[in-house]
Design a protein around this ligand. Structure first.
Ligand SMILES: Nc1ncnc2c1ncn2[C@@H]1O[C@H](COP(=O)(O)OP(=O)(O)OP(=O)(O)O)[C@@H](O)[C@H]1O
Length: 257
């Protein structure tokens, strides 16, 4: 198979009569890491869910290495590892049983499952029930199931949510390893320092529209080492100020004065 990467052309999504994603274009090369940033409700998860086939686009096309979900569903999905933003693991299963289940779905051995557990530091906790895991441990297990089959495209929805600083750094290292192996990664995040550290490009969304799509280097040239914070402040501060000044608490405070 020729590796062409992910190509999204003019994808839109309308739900309940509301436009959630405006025409969206994206090309991710093999080995490229892209961060989707933006405020709550900007449309990040919706785009990721369309890429992994959970939602179908209202219009436009998504192609991964020449395959589409519509025409080659199994081949398309085999190329993707996905970490959703929320997930309830099966009650009663240990971490090892859980990850072996996902490995088996991908036709992978128990050894592959153990390697994934080691990568996220959960091998020593392998016999613990997943429902007894902390939020951060569950996140690491979700990440492990997304990467275990070494998919061409890894799609991660807020992967560092709930991780402590040690595991945030470890996440950055693991994504760099994926990149070195030629795998593409797209992830959504509110933790801009993580995107600064590991992404090649960052896309800011606001109300389903791309408001900036630049190489990390460009943000850093413009704003310094924490380039994405600078960009976020410039892009979102006017909207946030408006939201704060019209918030009910603020009105009450004004009234109190
Ligand atoms: N099933 C649905 N029906 C109608 N609207 C929806 C549905 N799911 C999501 N939305 C709306 O789509 C918009 C984008 O949601 P989405 O979850 O993609 O945002 P997000 O950028 O991932 O936000 P967050 O950072 O808070 O996770 C929101 O306004 C949300 O209310």
């Amino acid at each position: 198979m020729t590796a062409k990467g992910l190509t999204i052309k003019q994808v839109t999504k309308t739900m309940a009569g509301k436009v959630i994603v405006e025409p969206f274009d994206l090309q991710i090369q093999p080995g490229e890491v892209v961060a989707l940033c933006g405020g709550n409700g900007a449309g990040k998860s919706t785009i990721l869910r369309m890429i992994v086939g959970i939602l179908s686009p209202t219009s436009g096309t998504i192609e991964l290495n020449g395959k589409t979900y519509a025409n080659h569903r199994v081949d398309y999905l085999h190329q993707i590892g996905y970490m959703p933003d929320h997930f309830n693991f099966a009650a009663g299963l240990s971490a090892r049983e859980t990850i072996q289940f996902y490995a088996a779905l991908r036709g992978k051995s128990a050894e592959v499952a153990d390697t994934a557990l080691r990568a996220v530091g959960l091998f020593d906790s392998r016999n613990k029930r997943v429902t007894q895991f902390s939020k951060g441990m569950q996140q690491r297990l979700l990440f492990a199931q997304a990467i275990l089959a070494k998919p061409a495209l890894v799609v991660l929805d807020e992967p560092t949510n709930g991780l402590d600083p040690y595991w945030m750094d470890a996440f950055v290292d693991l994504v760099r390893e994926l990149k070195q192996a030629g795998q593409s990664v797209i992830f959504s995040t509110h933790q801009l320092q993580v995107a600064d550290a590991v992404a090649d490009r960052a896309i800011f969304l606001m109300n389903g529209q791309v408001v900036r799509d630049s190489a990390i280097q460009e943000y850093q040239t413009q704003y310094g080492v924490h380039g994405l914070y600078g960009a976020f402040s410039d892009l979102f501060a006017p909207t946030l100020q408006h939201a704060v000044s019209s918030a009910p608490n603020n009105r009450r405070r004004e009234h109190d004065c």
